[in-house]
Ligand binder design. Sequence first.
Ligand code: GRG
Length: 300
Amino acid sequence: MNWKGTKTLGFEKTLIEKKQFVDRFLQQYMKRKDGVPDIIYQAMEYSLFAGGKRLRPILVMSGCEICTADPVQVMPLACAVEMIHTYSLIHDDLPAMDDDDYRRGKPTSHKAFGEGIAILAGDGLLNYAFELMLSITPLEGGRLKAIREIARASGVEGMVGGQVLDLESEGRQVSMEVLNDLHCRKTGALICASITAGAQAAGCSQEEYLKLQEFGKKLGLAFQIQDDILNVTGDRKLMGKSTGSDASRNKSTYVSLLGVPASEDMVKTLTDEAKTCLEGFGDRAQFLKQLTDYLVDRKY
Ligand code: GRG
């Protein structure tokens, strides 16, 4: 499959095309193997094709493109990041974690398949993500750095560590410093690693890497604050969520600490700063800047 490039299409069309491009690769990578119990594929596919926005794989592609390489070469990384994201959502929804009945308007994995299969579907996606990334040939240089970046962002220094802080913060009022650290790890690390891994696989310079890392950190935090705002002001039906929310579970959020207007100001400041990080990339940054605006204007 070829990617026709970002320049020829407008933003909305490019976004749709990129999402469809990711979906085609995900379908291709999820080919079932003989002898494996069918139920595990059903559960993995149920969550992987449940209507996610594909933000993280699109960021991997964009990180590669902004460093002037063809994003087709990073599709195993892009799809692996979506599998890791999907595993995290399946596990996050479990009764032992956030205990949610609905995600993206559908029953959560454990509601559809039972807790045991849901846990294993998450495990299956996580492991397959690494098998997929390690199948890239040749496996050297920037590609290895990219895989390590994704592993670190998903693990205890990143998403898993953030989830631990999240569990421990339940029922407690936490400071803004703790809340920032929690979300930079839980949500921000994988978003940031998506863009930097795409760039590393494309052979970016150290200067480009640092700029994109700064961009990714700010985007990741803005995305989380916007999620907190939407949880209060958004249409839960449109968001496909059940009635529970972080506030109702007695968790501190940006909105509970700052209120909606100050949280919105923070999103605006962070997104402006994020876009400034891209200045040195000239016209090549256009799609990422538009994506930044699109993500903070989103309704779900
Ligand atoms: C279980 C180790 C482990 C970690 C779970 C990411 C996470 C950690 C939990 C998700 C909690 C949550 C809803 C956080 C808000 C920000 C966020 C990650 C939203 C979901 O991401 P989107 O909007 O989802 O990209 P889609 O559905 O589009 O894929």
